[in-house]
Design a protein around this ligand. Sequence first.
Ligand code: MG
Ligand code: ZN
Length: 224
Amino acid sequence: MGNERKRVIFCDFDGTITVNDNIVAIIKHFDPPGWEPIVQDVLAQRISVREGVGRMFALLPSSMQAEVVDYGVNNVRIREGFADLLAYCKEQDIEFYVTSGGIDFFVYPVLEQFGIPVNHIYCNGSDFSGDRIEITWPNPCDEHCQNDCGMCKTTIMRRFPATANERLLIGDSVTDFEGAKQADLVFSRAQLTTKCQELDLPHVEFETFHDIIRFLRTERTTVQ
Ligand code: MG
Ligand code: ZN
């Protein structure tokens, strides 16, 4: 089995590791005028995720930093089985990456308790030094992606060539659409399930991370 590909998981954060979409929850909570059409435009793919997220946070003044960060970190609920999936990956020597369209100020603090190495977590950044909250984009699309993702999952996935890696993606929504097209298998919820059905992508629906562990365990025993 010398040519067996290395299994790698790319896991979304908002609405996947967490039960809610935190970006939407934060914006909804502080409710600055004008956020709703931006969310609708992102979900309908009329504007890019990068543009939409940038414009939504720019509706909030930087003076609200403490409240926004506090709300972002404390209103998160972790989806059932997440710690068990991490333990399973360790046991099976599966590489696990968080590929999140979320923002550093809530992604890192929320994940701290799980002991994921920081260089296995990709997300967007934030800058509170100006008048308004500015989102920064340390992981932009490479020359192969024209999607203006903001945090580009396909750019990260391309660092793990399909010839050497079996790439599994876990996600729920619009930030996962492009990555799903490249993955060998998608674990999907919500809008991502609909997208996978539309595009006929190999996918398995999940509700908790235990569903995913169960699938991987069964499939491993039947394949080997
Ligand atoms: Mg998501
Ligand atoms: Zn991209």
